[in-house]
Design a protein around this ligand. Sequence first.
Ligand code: NIG
Ligand code: FE
Length: 413
Amino acid sequence: MKVFVNIKKIGGVSASDVSVKKGKEMSEFEMLENTFMVVKNGRVAEHGQMREYNADKFKDYEIIDVKNRIMMPGWCDSHTHLVYAASREEEFVDRIKGLTYEAIAKRGGGILNSAKKLAAATEEELFQSACERIRTMIAKGTTCIEIKSGYGLSFEGEMKMLRVIKRIKEHFPLLIKSTFLGAHAVPEQFKNNKQGYIDVLTNELMPAIQTEKLADFCDVFCEQNYFSREETIHILNAGKKYGMTPKVHANQMSYSGGVQAGVACGAISVDHLEYVGDEEINILKNSKTMPVVLPGAAFFLGLPLPPARKMIDAGLPIAVATDFNPGSSPSGDMNFMISLLCIQYKLTPEEAFNAATINAAYAMDAASETGNLGIGKRADFFITKQIPSTSYIPYSFNENTVEEVYVSGNKIH
Ligand code: NIG
Ligand code: FE
């Protein structure tokens, strides 16, 4: 039993049964000032005003003095590809010189480049480098992460990635979810037989993944030159039969039908959304699917920005994630994503915080456990450095305002 005292402000203390904030609700990021917070069995048990704090009542508790700093729910990063073998800065340089992401992919670069490198890496190497990346994310305040496969693109490669993710889940106290993204690209050996590859995914990989309980979600890159809307629906429906909840890489490079496919399959989230118009917004409004924007990828590739402001004004929720991967977003820094949401997408800090906490937790089916500091939730949070206000977090972009990080009430950074 622990009590955190002298908290200047706690953010994200809405009721623990709130699992999503939509439209106007996104501007409410409930705060308590000059408080204490009690943690029992790793969960938030009570909040109270410091002026009513009774030291006698807590004499058997471990007391942690927050020293008048701000406490925030840990960031939830619902979309990452952080298991990978090598960086791809040579493609970054090629893009500076004028090649497009699509052109690089066509000549065997991009995802296929990462697949080649992953095939040559051992599980141990992948595990160690991924752990290193996660430690940098924790230091920036992230306490809940989704991790995708998708650089295997073969039976062995995908199983290898998913086993590494399973080991990561066992290694860290963070809440971690895993996603099978075999349909990330069509591998070289199937380039004239896409259906043959889809059959490997649905007939061979999915049963093996279910047997070893390796994935919570199934994801598809629904895009020209990758997987069509119909193929996406087919793969996601097959995944559902093997216990995997659908997600989609949707509408990143074109109006691909990814949003439509995701909503038709009951996807928990559709992610990217650079190409979203009124039709997609209306479809999302009549669904339980979370729209997730990935500002790191749009920034890094110079894509048009997803219309996040318009979506919120239309009454939709928005979540944000890093998309941490070597090709389109080599950063796991949620603080930077939140700054981009405020600066480029014109979200207020409160809207951006909700996008990075409760809505992000929803996008990875973790909102009943984490994503805010309501009573009963996991005590997953960070304590900031001495900063003047919560708006200072996105304002001071590229400064790490995170000082200490706690998961289930235990200090991990
Ligand atoms: O989310 N869009 C597809 N997949 C990744 C990029 C993967 C890569 O380039 O390695 C993304 O941006
Ligand atoms: Fe991605």
